[in-house]
Design a binder for this molecule. Structure first.
Ligand code: ADP
Ligand code: MG
Length: 604
């Protein structure tokens, strides 16, 4: 019998393999741009025609190639980036398989022009369908230009398989975005059919995000910076209130390589959980730096999947980093506060300082009291001392005015409150609190604000087990069906942390002996039933979220309702407590709590 197994000719094998690496013009764009970065380019210009179908050109000012390398680079598994199997575990470059150019050349007409700085003149090579068609000398600047024409010219089936020009162009822009985001120190341009779409100047990540997505991103971003010995996470998240209804800007990178990772994505969604509405998506631009030995990028030909050695650890650190970023933003006095801490950082980095500028540490004496006799400058200071001593005399009254409070540290009296007119609070529609801030008017939804305050309070109580309880004079009996009774039993430890005092009288009846102190005026039985209902609806969520759900239900049930008259003191207390919260902008269900009407925008 005849042997029937044959080796495929190289050209066919290359074409088949090419299909894996180059699926569409955008794949070639990605490979060419990454090669330019690996070559150390500081300026990379991409131009496409017909969304890359007729032509893709990438011009770089990188290290260039020798004449031999320029021929070699089209061979399969030809790479300058690794030489032995172990190198696979220390990959720092974008490419490493030596497959991309071989694949592109198998299915397109490729012209490369390249010159190293040590060479007088460059070389030009034309390769069509893996065959070198032409090689000549080419006068040119140092660097490399790849022009890929008529992609899939020899594989009509694939060419027909391409989507509309608009769809293919979207893929091109997406790859361009991914590559440029993680290389903000490199300048890039993207030109499509002669029209320049992007002109990105070298800068930092924030500037790059603005260059790609618009200058209005300036105020929307929160820096994330977390360094641990195993994992570092750097980048930006989009503030909760700018979360989008469509899956918008979600960019994860591992060691600057774009990845898709649903599990890690969940870590971020979870960190935003009670801050953005259910139908919105958080935005982020985050780079996770790990030791290359801790990941395996070699599991998928297009390399957007990564296996982490310890993905749970990365999840935990990522979750904590995002929570911290949100928390820090909300802790800093956000109203009228110009957030420029991260810009200072970039500035000191740009100045070549290895450490960001530190805020000078000025030692403060908390007991210092300028009105106390003993701390007043000594008379012996001469004229100056005399002057100050004189001015202290009338202020002696101050001591009488405040009597025994004199011994409190000065800051307890607040910053010169006497000279500041008290803030006014106005209630509109018995639902909104209106007051003034530096730049204008602050309008707060009273129910949402109070819900946020209570939510954070209950979360803390659930953590610290220290909810205050109010004894019921006449304990109420709550009878439930068997199912609800077992749920309530399951939740008892948490409910007790919040201040409920429950006692199971028989399998389906519970005595409510005490309620959380905020819930004194409300029907405890109805509240518990509401809690059970919400718990049942959200039970499919992770166990992790049980406390969140509980705090959320309690908060929305007990928060002051709309259409409730508030005294000025109550209004002030809600506003003050709101801005002491970790997150003041959004209610636990994701609704916006307040708006600031900036007077300068209207009256000039
Ligand atoms: P890989 O990037 O995986 O090494 P490629 O097929 O993409 O494989 O490239 C093959 C080799 O060609 C690279 O290892 C590099 O040495 C060289 N090369 C490709 N593009 C450039 C470029 N723009 N500048 C300099 N060298 C390049
Ligand atoms: Mg490559």
């Amino acid at each position: 019998m005849l042997d029937i197994i044959k080796l495929l000719p190289d050209s066919v094998a290359n074409q088949i393999a090419a299909g894996e690496v180059i699926q569409r013009p955008a794949s070639a764009v990605k490979e060419l741009m990454e090669n330019a970065l690996d070559a150390g380019a500081t300026q990379i210009d991409l131009a496409v025609k017909d969304a890359g179908k007729s032509m893709i050109m990438v011009v770089d000012n990188g290290c260039g190639m020798s004449e031999t390398d320029a021929r070699m680079c089209f061979e399969r598994h030809a790479t300058s980036k690794i030489s032995k199997a172990e190198d696979l575990f220390s990959i720092r470059t974008m490419g490493f398989r030596g497959e991309a150019l071989a694949s592109i050349a198998a299915i397109a007409q490729v012209e490369v022009r390249t010159r190293r700085k040590e060479d007088e003149v460059g070389v030009k090579i034309i390769n069509e369908g893996s065959v070198v068609k032409e090689q000549t000398l080419a006068p040119m600047a140092v660097g490399t230009t790849f022009a890929v024409k008529n992609l899939f010219f020899n594989v009509p089936a694939r060419r027909n398989f391409l989507k509309s020009p608009a769809a293919e162009m979207r893929h091109v822009v997406e790859e361009f975005t991914r590559v440029t985001l993680m290389n903000p120190e490199v300048g890039f341009t993207l030109t499509s059919d002669g029209k320049e779409l992007y002109h990105l100047y070298p800068g930092n990540l924030k500037q790059r995000i603005m260059g790609l997505f618009g200058n209005n991103y300036d105020g929307k971003l929160l820096p994330v910076n977390q360094d641990t010995d195993r994992v570092s996470i750097h980048g930006y998240i989009v503030k909760a209130e700018f979360a989008k209804k469509t899956r918008g800007e979600q960019y994860f990178f591992v060691n600057k390589r774009f990845i898709k990772h649903p599990y890690l994505h969940h870590a971020i969604e979870n960190a935003f959980l009670e801050m953005i509405p259910k139908d919105s998506f958080p935005g982020y631009f985050l780079d996770i730096e790990v030791d290359p030995a801790d990941i395996d990028v070699n599991i998928h030909p297009t390399k957007t999947e990564v296996n982490f050695l310890d993905v749970k650890l990365v999840y935990a650190i990522l979750h904590a980093a995002v929570r911290k970023a949100i928390g820090q933003h909300n802790l800093s006095p956000m109203i009228d506060f110009d957030e420029s801490a991260d810009l200072n950082n970039d500035f000191s980095m740009a100045m070549g300082m290895s450490q960001p500028l530190a805020i000078p540490n000025i030692p403060l004496d908390p007991n210092f009291n300028p009105f106390r006799k003993e701390s007043a400058p000594r008379e012996s200071h001469g004229e100056g001392g005399g002057y100050q001593a004189q001015h202290h005399e009338p202020l002696g009254d101050w001591r009488q005015l405040y009597g025994e409070r004199m011994d409190l540290p000065l800051e307890d009296f607040g910053p010169m409150e006497e000279s500041k007119p008290a803030r006014q609070y106005l209630q509109v529609n018995q639902s909104y609190i209106v007051t003034t801030v530096k730049s204008g008017l602050l309008v707060v939804d009273q129910h949402l604000a109070h819900a946020r305050v209570l939510f954070e309070k209950y979360l803390k109580e659930l953590e610290n087990h220290d909810g205050m309880s109010q004894q019921e004079l006449f304990p109420q009996a709550l009878t439930l069906n068997a199912n609800d009774a077992s749920l309530l039993k399951e939740m008892m430890p948490e409910l007790e942390n919040l201040g409920f005092v429950l006692e199971q009288a028989n399998p389906t009846t519970f005595m409510v002996n005490g309620t959380p102190s905020d819930a004194a005026d409300c029907d405890a039985g109805a509240l518990l039933e509401q809690i059970l209902d919400n718990y049942k609806i959200n039970r499919s969520d992770l166990q992790l979220n049980r406390k969140l759900g509980l705090a959320k239900t309690m908060a929305s049930q007990l928060a002051v309702k709309a259409q409730t008259k508030l005294s000025e003191n109550e209004m002030q207390s809600i506003v003050d407590q709101l801005f002491a919260c970790n997150v003041a902008e959004v209610a636990p269900d994701g609704k916006k709590i307040y708006v600031i009407i900036n007077m300068e925008d209207y009256f000039q």
